[in-house]
Design a binder for this molecule. Structure first.
Ligand SMILES: NC(=O)c1ccc[n+]([C@@H]2O[C@H](COP(=O)([O-])OP(=O)(O)OC[C@H]3O[C@@H](n4cnc5c(N)ncnc54)[C@H](OP(=O)(O)O)[C@@H]3O)[C@@H](O)[C@H]2O)c1
Length: 230
């Protein structure tokens, strides 16, 4: 990603997942723009994050605005809205995303059976987003398996890896760097088509959480060189 940290817009950054990611990237020194359908709600969310930053001067600035302005003013956009609103949130900001990377965290959960895998007709939520946005936008899937409560507790070490799927290696590398900045390990997990596995895994983890009374289960990639050398 070079020495300069890109400006990150979090579309839907007022919500659980988006605000957790925004906090962690701000703490890592990134400039973050919170996007919302309502600019004042985004400003409020940004203020709350900025207040957390007063103790540490290395935090990046956080501001809030409407989703379109956030997408326009960003270098990298992150989409964090419910599956039911994924495509209708992207449609009005599609032009502003041209030439950029969109990191989509959408898990295709269809209430009430959110613990049952229900992938959309396109094969996955991110494939549907890529189809709609066209090749001018580079869609990458990441963070589908990270529970928001872990992201939002900044003192908490996140015991879950991030599967990063995308058709361009350079774009996956950026998402992997952002996973690292937020305190997680990201893995090249293949082309965008492979995101179906990460999206399906979200429902599997929800089922495990319920069945075993775990607040936020996660996944780990094992067998890595550092482990096998030990
Ligand atoms: N929460 C988790 O633990 C978790 C874990 C893994 C993946 N995810 C995925 O991350 C995404 C966001 O999850 P979340 O829990 O953060 O969702 P959320 O808190 O329910 O919603 C996020 C934001 O989406 C916007 N939104 C809500 N309803 C909308 C609508 N009808 N139309 C357009 N925008 C709407 C809202 O922003 P404004 O009202 O400010 O516009 C809201 O703050 C989902 O796709 C989810 O599957 C979540």
């Amino acid at each position: 990603m070079g020495n300069e940290k890109p400006v990150i817009a979090v579309i839907g950054g007022t919500g659980s997942q988006g605000s957790g990611l925004a906090k962690r990237w701000a703490r890592a020194g990134y400039e973050v723009i919170i996007g919302s359908r309502d600019a004042s709600r985004a400003q409020q969310a940004a203020e709350e994050i900025s207040e957390m930053a007063t103790a540490a001067s290395s935090w990046g600035t956080v501001r809030g605005t409407d989703n379109l302005s956030a997408a326009t003013e960003s270098e990298i956009a992150v989409l964090a809205v419910p599956f039911a609103n994924q495509l209708n949130t992207l449609e009005p900001i599609a032009d502003a995303l041209k030439g950029k990377i969109l990191i989509d965290v959408t898990a295709p959960l269809v209430p009430p059976k959110v613990g049952t895998v229900q992938l959309p007709e396109a094969g996955s939520a991110v494939l549907a987003a890529q189809d709609m946005l066209g090749e001018d936008v580079t869609v990458v899937a990441a963070f589908q398996n990270i529970a928001a409560q872990h992201l939002n507790d900044l003192d908490h070490e996140i015991d879950c890896d991030v599967l990063v799927c995308g058709n361009k290696k350079s774009a996956r590398e950026i998402a992997i760097e952002l996973a690292g900045a937020a305190g997680m390990t990201g893995w090249h997990a293949g082309p965008l088509a492979n995101a179906a596995a990460a999206e399906a895994m979200t429902s599997v983890l929800i089922f495990i959480n319920r069945a075993h009374k775990i607040p936020g289960s996660g996944i780990r990639i094992t067998g890595t060189p550092s482990e096998t050398e030990e």
